[in-house]
Ligand binder design. Structure first.
Ligand SMILES: Nc1nc2c(c(=O)[nH]1)N=C([C@H](O)[C@H](O)COP(=O)(O)OP(=O)(O)OP(=O)(O)O)CN2
Ligand SMILES: [Zn+2]
Length: 121
């Protein structure tokens, strides 16, 4: 079974080596969907949503919310690069005997997103 929790955070960035409007400083309200796959335990939970929120908030959201992403990362702050960093931050802490990180989906705008699963790596 798969369970998903959704997070939002606000960040500023600008793309480098890019010719277009996104080379200028601008901001997004990013939306992150975190999906964990596993077997429900005796209480009927794949992973407690409260625990999932604590982990993702600590490892990812607090580090990016209200930040200028170009100062946080050395890589170009595309949706794809940020998503790959998130995957690497979360994959081990969201893997236990009974469950594992299944998918991340990062919305940069309401019409643009990137998604990743183990198969993409
Ligand atoms: N493959 C990628 N392409 C672009 C990225 C990216 O991360 N990966 N990022 C940008 C810019 O950051 C830009 O802010 C997003 O552009 P866009 O989706 O075009 O945003 P709009 O608000 O203009 O979207 P519309 O819904 O089409 O108005 C650019 N490209
Ligand atoms: Zn942008």
């Amino acid at each position: 079974m798969k369970v998903t929790k959704i997070f939002t955070f606000d960040s500023a960035h600008n793309l480098v080596n890019y010719n277009g409007k996104c080379e200028e400083l601008h901001g997004h309200t990013y939306k992150l969907e975190v999906t964990v796959e596993g077997k429900p335990d005796e209480e009927g939970m794949v992973i407690d949503f409260v625990k999932l929120k604590e982990i993702v908030s600590e490892k990812v959201i607090k580090r990016l919310d209200h930040k200028y992403l170009n100062e946080v990362f050395e890589f170009n702050t595309t949706c794809e690069n940020i998503l790959l960093w998130m995957w690497n931050e979360l994959k081990d802490v969201l893997t236990e005997d009974r469950y594992r990180l299944y998918k991340l989906k990062l919305w940069e705008t309401s019409t643009s997103f990137a998604e990743i699963t183990e198969e993409d790596l």
